[in-house]
Ligand binder design. Sequence first.
Ligand code: MSP
Length: 518
Amino acid sequence: MAGGKRYYITTPIYYVNDNPHIGHAYTSLACDVLARFKRLDGYEVKFLTGTDEHGQKVEKSARAAGMEPRAFTDKVSRNFHELAKFMNFSFDDFIRTTEERHRHACQGLWRRLMEREQIYLGTYAGWYAVRDEAFYGESELIDGPGGGKIAPSGAEVEWLEEPSYFFRLSAWQEPLLRFFADHPDFILPASRRNEVISFVKGGLHDLSVSRASFQWGIPVPGDADHIIYVWLDALTNYITAIGFPDTGSDEYAAFWPADLHMVGKDILRFHAVYWPAFLMAADLQPPKRVFAHGWWTNEGEKISKSLGNVIDPYHLVDKYGLDQVRYFLLREVPFGNDGDFSHPAMVNRLNGELANDFGNLAQRVLSMIAKNCGGAVPPPGTLAGDDETLLAEVHGLLEKTRKNMDVQAFHEVLATIWAVIRACNVYTDRQAPWKLKKEDPERMATVLYVLAEAIRNLAILTLPFMPRSMDRMLDQLAVARDRRAFAFLGPGHALVPVTALPKPEGVFPRLVVEGQGP
Ligand code: MSP
């Protein structure tokens, strides 16, 4: 793999204990938008997603479903794969931890840790939460509603006493703190970074990394009584997918360290503490960044199966449209914060920002061109100050967008683009091209040209968020498929006058709110 800019981005691999819901789709969506953005910006991208299939939680769910773990995980993993396709996620690889390549990588990492004396055999006696697949210290437990103790996440805990291998996590406290200090952007957002630092400063205990009381996992090399702890198994997926343990391969060299592990805030500690410690202990580089986003609630309530308020992405898309849902999820909440889902908020954004601001702009401009310019790109005359000001705003967007994307500020990206879309609407109203038809047809052509060119740029920039709708918009401007990338933004690749355009059609229909009529 020669030269060039590369970008490696990963989603968490999802537990196959249950069907996917909007929370899973959200994390992967954020990754998809980044992956698409980087591809359009000229990077060679590897976008990895997949399923986490071992461990007690999955084994229990398989039994509860009356199935063998293997058949059960095949079935549920397929559901995650189908959802990713349905959401138009552009992943390059879908990893399953039950694959042979992964067993090989995981045992390879274990051996490296053994060779470096980072793992030793002992006995674990302590609390374990199957739901979180996590060990908890007595002092971490909180009072549960029934009077008993529960994990801080709300998960039930059970007392566990079994022989176990331990990872010398305690030895990595100082190196981790140094690593965080040297890489201030390793954990984003900053508030989460502070939480992790205080956790590490509080002291690290050696971590149990094998289980001996059940079978559903990857055997510890050389000791078939143990299976590898599901989190050590799962985290390894990020290097399995680039050919580990072959660290000399072109792919490994090209993509490791990963640019970004995107995760929910619930699993930050595993990614920002355990994972870099495992890697450093194995003489491998830690990833460049872990971003922990917030959680969605549903009309104010925590989303949970027992409350029966799980948001099904298929229903949502059916009701509002795929790109509309993609837009809403990344626009509604400052990325990193928790967010509350509500239908009125969705309708407001879709009608206000998609149908009115952007959809209407494109529809107005394209139908005026169809009606008044013979259905072809109008030839512009000399540009006036207002035209140049508007185009300068449009052309300035790429740099701003890159900066915001590089810190995963999706809401800022969209807010910035929409500010320019609104400026286009203000310009349209002020120039009133419909009035110019008789008075000054040449000026009308210039105004419509400036607007069409603005829309071309805006649609290319918005492609990562709403790929299908923006492709439809670009089809209507007759922009060739191979010119839909950031290298074609700006005046150097502007629309060519008198190019014939197809008949315009609306891209974002207005939603009719039940009970209010059209
Ligand atoms: N298998 C582990 C991850 C291993 S990665 C090496 C796991 N899986 S999970 O299926 O439980 O997925 C958790 C992730 O799903 C969260 O970190 C988050 O990314 C996403 N979400 C699940 N519910 C969510 C919400 N209600 N809101 C936002 N995201 C949520 O943990």
